[in-house]
Design a protein around this ligand. Structure first.
Ligand code: PBG
Length: 335
């Protein structure tokens, strides 16, 4: 039988060359942001639930930063892992101008002045309870306004250390406007705010909390009291409306792969740049399945990233950044 078809879409899928010609989405090295962990030990250490990711010493962090420059990655995001002995309920270590994060930022900016350094604005690396904010006197809630005050101080200290972009990841109300005002008052007009505007209370942050030691106890207050309900999409627009009005330069959706509809929603309705965070659990799932021999590692990795880009993200935070930048540069990225 010969069908009389006006169009045969398979003509444009025949060979790799023709598929490349009609490809709608490409991942560029310039889209990538590489999240990196740093600790204050003499050796780097691995993280069981995040294969291939390390808690770096400051020296090895600086080597990663140079590596990022070599492969053309525009930005790194630095997360500190503080020893439990330095954590307390108020996260006072965050306010210490010589703490691990600020020393790490200074070292990276000194070695790589042109590489963008992004820092989280949140208290969770420093608090003994692991929350992103300060607890009320009765310990039953995370207090919004007092937390915002602390966040403003963190943001200014990060800017003083040399951060180019600060990224409030706490989900307190009103923090973007307060941080903008705090930065401007300190003369940091050029420090941009990448807001974790749409951050869901997701199960996928588990390996990250292993990495920085911010696991929350079973009976503790839930992060769902400030992070978004995963069932909500309209609310994402309200979050972005507020953050843009308060001065966010870039808005982020996090996690990425389970929330592609939200990325598309925000891309289609706002003109600000949109970032997506392919979080630790997304990365680890791909590694785990590949280790079991159930999924092809490179193809699944590349498909996940192209899906995030296709959904409308302008930039992607991903633990795959370094290896994927190299693959793209060598023309081996499988998409
Ligand atoms: C802290 C923060 C978290 C992540 C980035 N910043 C964890 C959390 O909110 O508990 C998660 C990133 C990842 O899972 O890769 N505010």
């Amino acid at each position: 039988m010969k069908l009389e078809l006006p169009r045969r879409l398979r003509r444009l899928r025949r060979t790799d060359a023709i598929r490349r010609l009609v490809r709608e989405t490409r991942l560029d090295v310039g889209d990538l942001i590489w999240p990196l962990f740093v600790h204050d030990e003499s050796e780097s250490s691995s993280i069981a639930s995040l294969p291939g990711v390390e808690r770096h010493t400051i020296d090895s962090l600086v080597r990663c930063a140079r590596d990022a420059e070599t492969w053309g990655i525009p930005a790194v995001a630095i997360f500190p892992c503080i020893p439990p002995s330095l954590k307390d309920p108020d996260g006072t270590q965050g306010l210490h101008p010589d703490n691990l994060l600020y020393r790490a930022v200074r070292a990276v900016k000194k070695a790589c002045p042109n590489l963008l350094v992004i820092t989280d604005v949140a208290l969770d690396p420093y608090t003994s309870h692991g929350h992103d904010g300060l607890l009320s006197a009765d310990g039953l809630s995370v207090e919004n306004d007092r937390t915002v005050e602390a966040l403003c101080r963190l943001a200014v200290l990060e800017a003083q250390a040399g951060a180019d972009i600060v990224a409030p990841s706490d989900m307190m109300d009103g923090r973007v406007g307060a941080i903008r005002a705090g930065l401007d008052a300190g003369g940091f007009f050029d420090v941009a705010i990448l807001s974790y505007a749409v951050k869901y209370a997701s199960a996928l942050y588990g390996p990250f909390r292993d990495a920085v030691g911010s696991k929350i106890g079973k009976d503790a207050i839930s992060k769902a009291t400030y992070q978004m309900d995963v069932a909500n999409r309209r609310e994402a627009r309200t979050e972005v409306d507020l953050d843009v009005a308060e001065g966010a330069d870039i808005v982020m959706i996090k996690p990425a792969t389970y929330f592609l509809d939200v990325i598309r929603e925000i891309r289609d309705n706002y003109s600000v740049p949109v970032a997506a965070y392919q979080v630790s659990g997304e990365y680890s799932q791909i590694h785990a399945a590949a280790r079991l021999g159930w999924l092809d590692y490179e193809r699944t990795r590349d498909e996940s990233l192209i899906a995030i880009k296709r959904s409308g993200a302008d930039m992607i935070l991903t633990y795959f950044a370094r290896e994927v930048a190299e693959e793209i540069s060598r023309g081996r990225f499988s998409r």
